[in-house]
Design a protein around this ligand. Structure first.
Ligand code: G3I
Length: 345
């Protein structure tokens, strides 16, 4: 077998990537070869969110999701569904739902229709995404507003009824941090106590060079798995850019490409930072390997730096370097370090 992420880690956990629409449609053959060589699990970056898959009350659009599933099957990949209930990228008609009866009907129709259509074809689902605040309390959303916290239990019940065998996950970011993690644990217990079936927690892992600490990541793996559920790292990337505190007031239409404070490495990442990134990835994967029996999947949020959402978040037009392949699709130091961890010595 050629050296690759998926081959090196085949006895440990799945190694996944998020796919853009172009990648699902195999528009670029170099990207396509890289995806097939390196990854054995896929998540759709956008196309299964409600605004795309359920644009109107009586209309679903399964064209791209069908292609995504076919791609995964053809390449014998683990297929993850992202995401059923999320307050963001909502179809406009859902945003206009007025009362609890209508919201209940939406949830039932949405979850049942999609999960049953792909029953036996999708291996795991993000049933609910990002329902928590940073302090661990429940996020204010149209779902909480109309249905109260019962919506969380019902979402998992509906998904399990539509496909009893598929693995069901709750997915969030920063849920390795103590307060949010505590809230997440309470939530998982509530879902179970309410009769919902939950099989795993997704830690998105949109991380930085120095945050979160390995200690908090390790505590998270241990505490979540002690609830009897799987732990997946579902959207891994590591930003190397400053996170400007003042971006909230920034003009959303402004492009920060020419601002050296906000966009310090427009052409090339200096070797010193490149090495820090490699070091960070190596220490994270070392920790993952230590707990491989508790980890089901590690998925990167994109294949290569050029496609990362982090080039445009929290402000537009920056050049970030968060993944294992650079913008020309070449493997970075970080890739080599992750592979070397598995080399027989
Ligand atoms: O579809 C429109 C297109 O018509 C338009 O021309 C273009 C102009 O900007 O925008 C396109 O929509 C973009 C959409 O992605 C589809 O490409 C939105 O602007 C853009 O905001 C949206 O960003 C996605 C983001 O979720 C939305 O919240 C990112 O690609 C996607 O990587 C990101 O993924 C999320 C996970 O789903 C959940 N966890 C966090 C993660 C990162 O934010």
């Amino acid at each position: 077998d050629p050296v690759s992420l998926k081959n090196s880690y085949k006895n440990d956990f799945y190694i996944g990537t998020a796919l853009s629409t172009d990648q699902i449609e195999e528009k670029n053959s170099r990207e396509d070869s890289l995806i097939k060589k390196e990854f054995n699990a896929i998540t759709a970056e956008n196309i299964m969110k409600s605004m795309f898959i359920h644009p109107f009350k009586d209309k679903y659009d399964f064209v791209l999701t069908d292609k995504f599933i076919a791609y995964g099957k053809k390449n014998k990949m683990f297929i993850h569904g992202h995401t059923l209930i999320w307050h963001s990228q909502l179809a406009p008609w859902i945003q206009k739902i007025k009362d609890s009866t209508e919201m209940k009907a939406f949830m039932k129709d949405h979850i049942t229709t999609i999960v049953s259509k792909y029953k036996g074809q999708i291996d795991s689902w993000d049933v609910v995404n990002e329902a928590l605040n940073e302090d661990g309390t429940l996020r204010k959303s149209i779902f909480l507003d109309k249905l109260g916290e019962q919506y969380l239990i019902d979402a998992f019940k509906l998904a399990a009824a539509a496909d009893p065998k598929v693995d069901l996950y709750y997915n969030d970011y920063n849920n390795e941090e103590p307060a949010k993690r505590a809230g997440n644990i309470t939530l998982i217990k509530k879902i179970k106590a309410g009769g919902g079936k939950i099989d795993g927690v997704g830690i998105q892992a949109h991380w930085k060079l120095d945050y979160p600490s390995l200690e908090e990541i390790e505590k998270s793996i241990l505490e979540y798995s002690s609830l009897g559920i799987k732990v997946a790292f579902t959207e891994l990337d590591i930003s190397v850019l400053p996170n400007p505190k003042d971006f909230s007031g920034a003009d959303v239409n402004q492009n920060f490409a020419d601002d050296p404070k906000m966009n310090p490495y427009p052409e090339k990442l200096p070797d010193s930072v490149q090495n820090k990134l490699a070091e960070r990835y190596a220490s994270i994967f070392k920790l993952f390997l230590k707990h491989k029996d508790k980890i089901s999947r590690v998925t990167f949020w994109g294949v290569y730096d050029g496609q990362s959402w982090l080039n445009d978040w929290p402000i537009k037009g920056r050049t970030n370097y968060p993944l294992l392949f650079d913008k020309n699709l070449n493997a970075k130091n970080a890739y080599n370090r992750v592979i070397q961890l598995k080399e027989v010595k």
